[in-house]
Design a protein around this ligand. Structure first.
Ligand code: ADP
Ligand code: MG
Length: 387
């Protein structure tokens, strides 16, 4: 598959949801943002095979997003979405290098046809373009900050683990970077060109978890209007992240165990066996042994999921990472907010190093973002850190 990752830019939530849902169904990874500013900030740090952008947006328009894409990554295809009255803008966009335009309102079929066309085009372009991908993965790797000895060791392990096909279980408190490490494993693995799919087990209601994992047939239950593939199917040949796996109900666990053992399952309401090849990465913020002792999690399932364990330390136990991470988040926030790059004062650094960080890296990211947004000086001092 040539088009694997698409950035969707639209200030209309319904449109973003429609596109995301439709593209995920095509097993394409989607990142969606609600403004041109955010799109540009992302484009400067990450690469996408395609950008689908609305033309008419507040502040930064789709045309500016297009220009930026062409400047930063000329191979990325851009599709602009435009309303009937403004077709001349679409023509203008095509002249500026857009791959295609699509008129609102549009059907799934017409979008799909354009994507197919783009896939064919990309397959041609990419035949001799391994480089791009390598650059993208290196890019991600460089953004995973690990200066402390303990994290350096973990990253070394991650590189080795990534190349194997083994299932991985990542345990760590909230905000310690479990998803970051999971994604890195996928990017460094032989499955890098295949889908990377995530299920957030903590966010799916108990009654829907089976359908989320395995999909359902039309009419399988109230609300199942159409048939829908599950996450296991979407992840076929790739990697499936079972995020916060210890949150799934105990009643669901035997079915999951069977699916993992056999790599086959049925959709809810279906009788056809579906076979897949999926590498599993699971995460948990709970002490897994405790969950097993409390009979909330089946031990046999744990041993299936946990071929290789990774234990992420608390942020306070990796002191050497705190300042580099803080600087990284400042840089990101400045980029996103179009402010000039800020620096940390000595007293600010001291305050960061002395704080226990119960929310770990996520909390640090929030604190730095707030400091950037609220502060007016070039220097961030201790007073501006809301700890
Ligand atoms: N090593 C790291 N380098 C840079 N940013 C990180 C790192 N680890 C985590 N982050 C960032 O910290 C936040 C929380 O990470 P996440 O993976 O979502 O944590 P968890 O899943 O364990 O709760 C995210 O914004 C993520 O990008
Ligand atoms: Mg998480």
């Amino acid at each position: 598959m040539a088009i694997e990752k698409i950035l969707v830019v639209d200030d209309d939530l319904l449109m973003r949801n429609f596109l995301t849902e439709a593209l995920l169904r095509k097993k394409i990874e989607v990142v969606s943002v609600d403004s041109g500013e955010k799109a540009i900030a992302l484009l400067e740090n990450d690469s996408f095979d395609m950008v689908i952008t609305d033309l008419k947006m507040k502040a930064v328009t789709g045309m500016e997003v297009l220009q930026k894409v062409k400047e930063l990554s000329p191979n990325t295809l851009v599709i602009v979405i435009t309303a009937f009255g403004t077709i001349e803008n679409a023509v203008e966009a095509m002249k500026n290098g857009a791959f295609h335009y699509i008129l609102k309102p549009f059907s799934w079929e017409s979008l799909s046809a354009i994507i197919e066309k783009a896939q064919q085009y990309m397959a041609l372009v990419q035949e001799n373009d391994y480089l791009r991908k390598e650059v993208r993965d290196k890019g991600y790797r460089n953004k995973v900050i690990a200066e402390s000895p303990i994290m350096k060791k973990i990253l070394e392990d991650v590189e080795k683990i990534a190349r194997s096909q083994a299932n991985v279980f990542i345990q760590g408190a909230t905000g310690t970077g479990k998803e970051v490490i999971a994604h890195l494993i996928h990017l460094l693995s032989t499955r890098v060109n295949r889908p990377y799919i995530r299920v957030n087990c903590a966010a799916v209601p108990d009654t829907l978890i089976e359908s989320e994992f395995f999909g359902h047939e039309k009419g399988a239950f109230t609300g199942a209007i159409n048939k829908r593939p599950g996450r296991f199917e979407l992840a076929d040949t790739g990697t499936l992240l079972l995020d916060e796996i210890t949150e799934i109900p105990i009643s669901m666990q035997p079915k999951l165990l069977r699916a993992i053992q056999e790599m086959e399952f049925e959709r809810v309401g279906g009788s056809k066996l579906i076979k897949v090849d999926v590498r599993l990465i699971s995460t948990s913020n709970r002490e897994i042994k405790e969950a097993i002792n409390e009979k909330l999690f089946r031990e046999d399932l744990y041993y299936r999921l946990n071929v290789v364990p990774i234990l992420l330390p608390l942020l306070r136990d990796r002191q050497e990472d705190i300042i580099p991470l803080a600087q990284h988040f400042i840089e990101q926030a400045c980029l996103g907010n179009h402010t000039e790059k800020k620096i940390l004062s000595a007293d600010a650094k001291k305050k960061l190093l002395g704080y226990p960080w119960p929310g770990n890296i996520r909390e640090l990211a929030n604190v730095m973002e707030r400091a950037v947004v609220l502060g007016t000086d070039k220097t961030i001092n201790a007073g501006q850190l809301c700890l």
